[in-house]
Design a protein around this ligand. Structure first.
Ligand code: G3P
Length: 220
């Protein structure tokens, strides 16, 4: 399973990259706004900076909601770097734009996916990635992880090559469950990756190893 970081924060991206486990980055307009990046030129420059930190796929989201606008933005975004993947929302014109991108060799990430039917449409249009939003489904009291299993089953039966990118991941447990459910990629904030490191028995075990080492050195 690939690990993507879901942020536009350059320090967090660099930190994840330094761990040697980063396969890519996803962003969205809300994450850009959180870093106070606004205006077309600033947004493009920020994507360039992200692509300089990592060779992994970097999802850059379109703002347009009409076919012509999405086509225009996709054509501009892919000029930034070879590892740009154009993120396009699961709306009618979005599916049209994904089909156009596929026909023109532009890789895409279909975002805001909340049902298996939407995932089917994204795959039919040739999306490179499909992004089901797990946490937001949980937020309304439904079972987000079930959607990952459903899409994995559907894609396996039908032989679709679109990769399942589990998004809206909020904690370490989500990461492990998404992996079990058949996600190809998980994207989450740095804090969720860091949660995977922690186990009290690791800390206790290491403290004991180091104490024993010190004792032995004293005896020697
Ligand atoms: O990038 C899309 C997705 O991961 C957003 O997550 O936490 O805002 O629901 P969240």
């Amino acid at each position: 399973m690939k690990f993507f970081i879901d942020t536009a924060n350059l320090e967090h991206i660099a930190e994840a990259e330094s761990l040697g486990i980063l396969d890519g980055v996803t962003t969205n307009p809300s994450l850009m706004a959180k870093e106070k990046i606004s205006g077309d030129a600033a947004v493009m420059a920020h994507y360039k900076k992200i692509c300089e930190i990592t060779d992994g796929d970097v999802s850059a989201e379109v703002i347009s909601t009409d076919f012509e606008g999405m086509k225009r933005e996709a054509s501009e975004l892919v000029k930034i770097a070879d590892n740009i993947v154009v993120k396009i929302p699961m709306i009618r014109d979005g599916v049209k734009a994904i089909s156009w991108c596929t026909a023109n060799g532009i890789r895409t990430n279909c975002t805001l996916v909340f049902s298996a039917g939407q995932a089917l449409l994204a795959a039919k249009a040739g999306a490179t990635y499909v992004s089901p939003f797990i946490g937001r489904i949980d937020d309304i009291g439904w079972e987000g992880m079930q959607l990952i299993s459903d899409i994995a089953e559907l894609y396996a039966i039908q032989g679709f090559e679109t990769e399942i990118l589990a998004a809206s991941i909020r904690n370490g447990k989500h990461i492990v469950e998404a992996a079990k459910a058949g996600a190809d990629v998980v994207t989450c904030p740095l804090s969720s990756f860091e949660a995977l490191f922690n186990h009290p028995l690791t800390d206790i075990g290491l403290a004991k190893f180091l104490a024993d080492h010190k004792k032995a050195a004293g005896q020697g």
